[in-house]
Design a protein around this ligand. Structure first.
Ligand SMILES: NC(=O)c1ccc[n+]([C@@H]2O[C@H](COP(=O)([O-])OP(=O)(O)OC[C@H]3O[C@@H](n4cnc5c(N)ncnc54)[C@H](OP(=O)(O)O)[C@@H]3O)[C@@H](O)[C@H]2O)c1
Length: 319
């Protein structure tokens, strides 16, 4: 299995990591509807059995529940994958989430994640979100606390998520950033202009999230399914799943299906492979809610698009 070094770290990761947002389950503002824990555990087992060697979760996913499910799935398994988690989104007694970068809060969050994940050290600890888009507020203090956790050995490597280049440049002056976790898919490619070149110049690894646009590009999404999303599926509120965007995205899926069919690959696999075509992108974080779903995209581990196929997709996107 081909593995790539994440930034300057000693983490050598598979091209796909298991994304554990949806398996956080229901009961909070960014749930994906009901999720059965046993199914989540099966999906993690299938991912690891098929060679995936890292899991990306976050404290906030299911307000701690995703980290607990990940720990349950790993209990008794001999070969533990790398565990990546995130801080900075905290919740109160009513489950209301807010963003917090103060050193005390980050230290508290780290202890709670170590406890829930049942490990002595987190392999990659990431700041989930800056306090606001374009804001530098809190970054110096927060990143200094992250570097301190690394020195103490509670976390092995430190990274950021949803940061822009200015925010990363500020953090880099305090301690090196191992990786950035940005959104990256056929329908969200803003990072190509400035953020990817910044990461490449600074040898910051990039693990792109939502490569199938949160299920939209898998081939299983239909207008009927979208209309029937449960009340507590956050995708009901996403403009990606609403017209006029929805029709355009479903037409894109038809094109991905055509290309995939030539190789016996699913639209999901084509969508993921597209995000992995650039050397600046180290790997993709892919979410799954069942073992069957893992099976449906695992082929993207070693499937790459030809230049002609990449152009075919670009031509469609330009229409
Ligand atoms: N740092 C951040 O701010 C941030 C933000 C978003 C995501 N992430 C990370 O990135 C990971 C991946 O992103 P994501 O989960 O948002 O989106 P994604 O990987 O693009 O899509 C995952 C969803 O697609 C559907 N799916 C998966 N495999 C399928 C298959 N074979 N056939 C049909 N449908 C399939 C499932 O939802 P349904 O079955 O319900 O359709 C699944 O939850 C997350 O789990 C998280 O770790 C990070």
């Amino acid at each position: 299995m081909q593995k790539r070094q994440l930034g300057k770290s000693d983490l050598h990761i598979t091209p796909i990591g298991f994304g554990a947002w949806a398996i956080g389950g229901s009961g909070w503002a960014y749930a994906w509807g009901h999720q059965d824990d046993q199914q989540s555990i099966h999906s993690i087992h299938r991912a690891l059995d098929l060679g995936i060697n890292w899991i990306d979760t976050a404290a906030v996913y299911g307000l701690g529940h995703s980290e607990e499910v990940v720990a349950s799935a790993l209990q008794g398994r001999s070969n533990r994958p790398y565990l990546f988690t995130k801080c900075s989104l905290v919740w109160d007694a009513k489950g209301q989430v807010h963003n917090e970068l103060s050193p005390d809060s980050i230290r508290r969050e780290c202890e709670a994640s170590l406890r829930r994940l049942k490990v002595d050290a987190i392999d990659l600890y990431q700041v989930h979100w800056p306090l606001a888009e374009d804001s530098l507020e809190g970054i110096e203090a927060g990143w200094t606390a992250m570097a301190e956790l690394q020195r103490q050995g509670k976390v092995r490597w430190i990274g950021v998520s949803n940061f822009n280049s200015k925010q990363m440049a500020l953090a880099q002056r305090i301690a090196p950033i191992t990786s950035l976790q940005p959104p990256y898919s056929l329908i969200h490619r803003d990072i190509e202009a400035d953020i990817l070149p910044f990461c490449e110049r600074n040898n910051i690894g990039v693990i792109g999230y939502s490569p199938m646009a949160s299920g939209l590009l898998t081939g299983s999404m239909t207008r009927e399914r979208v209309a029937a999303f449960p009340q507590d599926d956050w995708r009901r509120r996403s403009s990606d799943f609403q017209e006029p965007n929805l029709s355009r995205h479903l037409a894109l899926v038809d094109r991905l299906r055509e290309i995939g069919a030539r190789h016996g690959r699913s639209p999901a696999e084509v969508a993921i492979a597209w995000t992995l075509r650039l050397p600046a992108v180290t790997a993709a974080i892919v979410g799954a809610r069942s073992a069957e779903q893992v099976q449906g995209f695992i082929g993207a581990m070693d499937f790459r698009l030809s230049p002609t196929e990449q152009k075919e997709i670009e031509d469609f996107l330009r229409q």
